[in-house]
Design a protein around this ligand. Structure first.
Ligand code: DX5
Ligand code: ZN
Length: 217
C-alpha cells in the first residue's frame, strides 16, 4: 500500500484550525485527536468542533477517539461525515458492535491499541476493521518520544494483516519524525500520524513531503 501521512492538528493552533488544515494540502488525512480528560489526562475537542472542521476542509478527517465510552460517541462522528473513526480497545465495551456501526454509517473503522496492549488477543477482530492503530507513545499528548518497544508489535501486526489479505491499513501514532519514520515503515506501518513533526516545522507541507519520501525509501 502507498504511504499515507495524517498530520495531527493536536500540534496546531486551536484558534486557527481551518488555517492548519489549509497549510497541508498534500496530507492524505487530517488526524483529529478527541480527548476527554478521562481516558487520557488531556482535553481537546468534541463533535461540534469536528463538524465545523468538516465544513472548513475537503481533506478527509481521521478521528482518533481517546475517550471513555466510545461505544456511545463513535457512531455520531461517522454519521457526521468524517472519513475514519478509530476507537481504543482498552475503552470499548462492545467493540464489534461499535466498529460495525461506524462502517454502517459510511466511515472507515479503526481499532487503536496502547503501547502495552498486545495485538494477538484481537486477531479475530481484524475482519471488522479498516485500520489498526498502534500507539507508539502513551496517548494524551503530542511531542513525546517514540517508543521503540512497539516495533516488534508493528512487525507482528504486519504479519497478521498480510496473512489475512492485507487490506487493513496499519497506522502508527506518536513520536513519528524524520528520524523514526524509517523504522516504522520498515516494520510494516503504512499510515503515519505526525503532529509536532509537521506543525512545529517552519513549512508543514514540506515536512509532510519529507516524511513521505523517507517512509517510501
Ligand atoms: C497522542 C495523539 C497523537 C499526537 C501525536 O496521544 O494521539 O496523535 O498528536 O503527536 P506527535 O506526532 O507530536 O507525537
Ligand atoms: Zn492520535
Amino acid at each position: 500500500m502507498a504511504v499515507q501521512i495524517s498530520p495531527s492538528i493536536l500540534s496546531a493552533d486551536f484558534a486557527r484550525l481551518a488555517e492548519a488544515a489549509a497549510m497541508v494540502p498534500n496530507a492524505d488525512w487530517l488526524h483529529v485527536d478527541v480527548m476527554d480528560n478521562h481516558f487520557v489526562p488531556n482535553l481537546t475537542f468534541g463533535l461540534p468542533v469536528v463538524e465545523s472542521l468538516l465544513k472548513a476542509t475537503s481533506t478527509p478527517l481521521d478521528c482518533h477517539l481517546m475517550i471513555d465510552d466510545p461505544d456511545r460517541w463513535a457512531p455520531a462522528y461517522a454519521e457526521a461525515g468524517v472519513g475514519s473513526v478509530t476507537i481504543h480497545v482498552e475503552a470499548a465495551r462492545a467493540p464489534v458492535r461499535t466498529l460495525r456501526q461506524i462502517r454502517a454509517a459510511g466511515a472507515r473503522a479503526g481499532l487503536a491499541l496502547n503501547p502495552a496492549t498486545a495485538v494477538e488477543p484481537y486477531e479475530d477482530l481484524l475482519g471488522e476493521i479498516d485500520m489498526l492503530l498502534l500507539m507508539t507513545v502513551e496517548p494524551g499528548f503530542g511531542g513525546q518520544r517514540f517508543l521503540d518497544i512497539v516495533l516488534p508489535k508493528i512487525r507482528r501486526a504486519r504479519a497478521l494483516l498480510d496473512g489475512r489479505g492485507g487490506q487493513v491499513w496499519l497506522q502508527v501514532d506518536g513520536g513519528v519524525s524524520d528520524e523514526t519514520i524509517e523504522r516504522c515503515a520498515a516494520a510494516g506501518a503504512d499510515v503515519f500520524v505526525a503532529g509536532s513533526a509537521v506543525y512545529d516545522a517552519e513549512d508543514p507541507a514540506r515536512a509532510i513531503d519529507r516524511l513521505r519520501a523517507t517512509a517510501e525509501k
